[in-house]
Design a protein around this ligand. Structure first.
Ligand code: ADP
Ligand code: MG
Length: 344
C-alpha cells in the first residue's frame, strides 16, 4: 500500500470539513474521490499530503506513519508525492519561466546535476505534449489546458510515487478536459503512478479510476470498484450523482431525478444519516442513527432500495463514455503535441 489513511478528521472550529475518512491506495492504482463542492474533497487531499494538520486519524505512506512527522522531516515524503491543483491560472508562479517552474522541484530535492535536470525538464515537457521552446515562456502565454500540462510536468518532476489531482480539469472546457484526462491516464500507465483523483462529477472519473469513493458532508458514503459502482450504484447519493451526468435525450433525462436541495452546512450536519434530509428513501432510523461504512456502503436501507433503472443508468454512462471516447480518438489521432497546439 502506498497510502493508508485511517479515520481522518479535520475540524475548523464547528466546521467538520472531514469527519472520519478511511481510504487506501495501492501502488499503481487510481482511487477517485467524488462528491459535491464543499463535501471535503480538497481537505482530504491536503490532509493526505500533510499540507494541513489533521485533527485526528493516521496517515501511512509506504508503511510509515507520517501523521505527526514535523515539517522538517517531511522532505523525503514531499519528493515522493506530486500534486496537481484545480486552477491552472493560480497554481503556477507567474514570474517563473515554465522551464524554471519544472526545474524547481528537482533543485529543491537536489536530484542530479544541473545538466541532468535540464535534460529531464525537456523530457517532461515532451511527456506532457509540449515543446522544448515552451521552457522559455511565461505561464500567461499559455491556454488553460496547456497550463495544466505544465502543472502536471512540475508535479512529476521529482519522480513521485503518488500523484494527487484535485479537480484538475474542472476549470477547463469539455474538449480540453478530455485531452488532459487522456494525458493523465497515459502517464499513469507509463509511469505506474498511484493516483488520488478528485472530481465533483462521476462522468470525469469513469476513464481513470480503478476504485471510486463517494463523499458526502465529510464522510465516504460508498466505496467500490469502478465497474460495480457504475453498474450497481448502491447509495441513493451515488445514484443521484449518476443521474446528474448530462444526458442528451430529454425523455430519458426525466426518468431519474438528480438531487434537489443544497448540501447542508458542515458546521451543523444533520443528525443520524447526514444524507437523510435529501434522501427520497429516508425513514425514522435514518433521522436517528448514523450508518457506518460497512462493506463499502453507509446506508440503512441499501438492501431494500428498488433496483435502479439500469437501462437508464447504462445509457447515461454509455453516452458519457462515447462522448469522451470521441474526443479521445480525435486527440490521439494527432500527436499529443499537435493536440496541445490545438488547445492553445
Ligand atoms: P471540496 O473540495 O469538496 O469542495 P473542501 O474540502 O474545500 O470541499 O471544504 C469542505 C468544508 O470545509 C467546506 O464547508 C468548507 O467551507 C470548509 N473549509 C475548508 N477549508 C477551510 C478553512 N481553512 N477554514 C474553515 N473552513 C474550511
Ligand atoms: Mg475542492
Amino acid at each position: 500500500m502506498i497510502l493508508q489513511a485511517e479515520n481522518l478528521t479535520k475540524h475548523y472550529g464547528p466546521v467538520r470539513a472531514v469527519d472520519g475518512v478511511s481510504l487506501h491506495i495501492a501502488r499503481g492504482e487510481t482511487l477517485a474521490l467524488v462528491g459535491e463542492s464543499g463535501c471535503g474533497k480538497s481537505t482530504t487531499a491536503r490532509l493526505v499530503l500533510r499540507l494541513i494538520e489533521p485533527t485526528g486519524g493516521t496517515i501511512r505512506f509506504d508503511g510509515e506513519d507520517i501523521t505527526r512527522l514535523p515539517p522538517g522531516r517531511l522532505k523525503p515524503f514531499r519528493r515522493r508525492t506530486g500534486v496537481v491543483f484545480q486552477d491552472p491560472y493560480a497554481s503556477l508562479n507567474p514570474r517563473l519561466r515554465v522551464g524554471d517552474t519544472i526545474l524547481e522541484p528537482m533543485q529543491v530535492h537536489g536530484l542530479g546535476s544541473a545538466a541532468e535536470q535540464r535534460a529531464r525538464m525537456r523530457e517532461l515537457l515532451g511527456l506532457v505534449g509540449l515543446a522544448p521552446f515552451h521552457a522559455e515562456r511565461y505561464p500567461h502565454e499559455f491556454s488553460g489546458g496547456q497550463r495544466q500540462r505544465i502543472g502536471i510536468a512540475r508535479a512529476l518532476a521529482a519522480g513521485p510515487e503518488l500523484l494527487v489531482c484535485d479537480e484538475p480539469v474542472s476549470a477547463l472546457d469539455v474538449t480540453i478536459q478530455a485531452q488532459v484526462i487522456n494525458l493523465l491516464r497515459d502517464l499513469q500507465r507509463r509511469l505506474g503512478l498511484a493516483t488520488l483523483f478528485i472530481a465533483h462529477d462521476l462522468g470525469v472519473v469513469k476513464h481513470l479510476a480503478d476504485r471510486v469513493a463517494v463523499m458526502y458532508l465529510g464522510r465516504i458514503v460508498e466505496l467500490a470498484d469502478k465497474r460495480s459502482l457504475f453498474a450497481n450504484p448502491r447509495h441513493p447519493y451515488t445514484r443521484a450523482l449518476l443521474a446528474a451526468i448530462p444526458h442528451p435525450d430529454p425523455a430519458r433525462r426525466g426518468m431519474l431525478r438528480p438531487l434537489g436541495g443544497d448540501l447542508p452546512s458542515a458546521a451543523n450536519p444533520p443528525p443520524g444519516c447526514r444524507f437523510h434530509t435529501r434522501c427520497p428513501h429516508a425513514t425514522e432510523i435514518c433521522r436517528r442513527n448514523d450508518p457506518p461504512l460497512l462493506d463499502g456502503i453507509a446506508c440503512h436501507h441499501h438492501r431494500e432500495l428498488p433496483a435502479m433503472d439500469m437501462a437508464y443508468a447504462g445509457a447515461l454512462s454509455e453516452t458519457a463514455t462515447r462522448r469522451l471516447a470521441r474526443y479521445a480518438d480525435a486527440a490521439s489521432a494527432r500527436s499529443i503535441g499537435a493536440a496541445a497546439e490545438r488547445d492553445a
